[in-house]
Design a protein around this ligand. Structure first.
Ligand code: NAD
Ligand code: TDX
Length: 329
């Protein structure tokens, strides 16, 4: 199994999950080790996997690795919306060209591909209401990040239809858990507090996200690999929605601080209001069920993980906050 982006947040958790639950797979990770990738996330399993530092946009590297693989799980991407607003170009390269290179290699060598995507390709939903994205929702990406993810999904669909590539796609909502980069919302607030700073909420904080534990996402990916139908798209989401403000208040409480101990900062341009996935298809057709039912418990475990693993995030924290200072957030 080739895992692209396996040194990133979800990819590294996927490698750990696979070694725990599906030890029959022999895993090769291909990762460029951008600012977001960290081989330390794979330290405990380094002797059980092969690690190749390389770019999914590099045709020769990708071709050689896909030639040796039966299954490819494609996590590699530039993944942060704020970075994409500031400098879109790396998103075009990694997310669009990278997926194209992988599709061409998979087409040549006949490997099975699972493409990891996001609910952000569907745009956003009104703040109030019960609407949800489904597999039939029209694509309407808002940010350079989501536009490049939408493009990559379209490439996968076209390569399935025109060349008979054996691929599936999943679009998951926001993930949380260990090894998530400190630029992302939940780790940023926790590590702000742990380093003596304050939580920072964009705009009013009323924006809503649907939070899925990374292990629940990865369990769904394995179900799709073993039982999913080639050519199909599956939406993944826990059904647990919270406003950003509610998340910050819960984190502050878990960290032993007053619930209003945060700052409002400049809003994100084009900020998507609400995400919510209707995951009926994967639940009914493949039997997926999220196991991390209680978000507060999941957040408590995540706070504990960041508290106990300062060695993993300390170096990235300063550079990340430097970037945010330039963005005024
Ligand atoms: P991440 O930024 O933590 O990790 C991305 C990894 O990809 C890093 O290790 C990085 O070094 C690597 N990478 C980037 N460009 C590369 C390239 N050109 N070649 C090789 N490796 C490269 O991201 P994440 O949060 O783990 O997201 C993984 C995937 O899941 C992405 O495709 C993202 O769009 C998708 N996704 C993320 C979420 C979420 O909440 N984090 C939700 C839904 C979907
Ligand atoms: O400091 C912050 N304060 C804040 O209020 C940060 C970093 C974020 N936010 C807000 C913006 C969003 O409404 O929190 C929400 C979540 O922000 P992010 O962690 O940046 O995630 P989001 O933009 O929702 O995208 C995430 O989910 C879908 C992932 O980063 C994407 O890769 C994935 O596709």
């Amino acid at each position: 199994m080739l895992v692209t982006g396996g040194a990133g947040f979800i990819g590294a958790n996927f490698v750990h999950y696979t070694l725990r639950h599906r030890p029959e797979y022999r895993i090769c990770v291909l990762d460029k080790l951008t600012y977001a990738g960290d081989q330390a996330s794979l330290r405990q399993v380094a002797d059980r996997i092969r690690f190749v530092r390389g770019d999914v946009g590099d045709a020769a590297t990708v071709d050689a690795l896909v030639a040796e693989s039966d299954v490819v799980v494609h996590f590699a991407a530039e993944s942060h919306v704020d970075n994409s607003l500031h400098d879109p170009e790396p998103f075009l390269h990694s997310n669009v060209v990278g997926t194209y290179r992988l599709l061409e290699a998979v087409r040549r060598h006949g490997a099975r591909l699972h493409h990891i995507s996001t609910d952000e390709v569907y745009g956003d939903l009104p703040l109030t209401g019960t609407d949800r994205f489904t597999e039939e929702t029209a694509y309407a990406p808002s940010s350079p990040y989501s536009a490049t993810k939408a493009a990559s999904d379209m490439l996968v669909r076209a390569w399935c239809r025109s060349y008979g590539v054996a691929a599936t796609i999943s679009n998951c909502a926001n993930n949380y858990g260990p090894y998530q980069h400190v630029e992302k919302f939940i780790p940023r607030q926790i590590t702000n507090v742990l380093t003596g700073g304050r939580a920072r909420l964009y705009g009013t904080g009323e924006h809503v996200r649907e939070w899925t534990h990374v292990d629940d996402h990865n369990a769904a990916v394995h179900l799709i690999l073993s039982r999913g139908r080639v050519g199909e798209t599956y939406l993944i989401g826990s059904g647990v929605e919270r406003s950003n403000r509610e998340i910050v208040e819960t984190l502050l409480e878990l960290l032993g601080l007053p619930r209003d101990d945060f700052d409002h900062v400049a809003d994100r341009p084009g900020h998507d209001l609400r995400y919510s996935n209707d995951s009926t298809k994967i639940r009914t057709q493949l039997g997926w069920q999220p196991r991390y039912g209680d978000l507060r418990d999941g957040l408590a475990a995540t706070v504990e993980w960041f508290h106990d693993n300062e060695w993993w995030w300390k170096a990235a924290k300063q550079a990340t906050e430097e970037r945010y200072r330039l963005l005024g957030r």
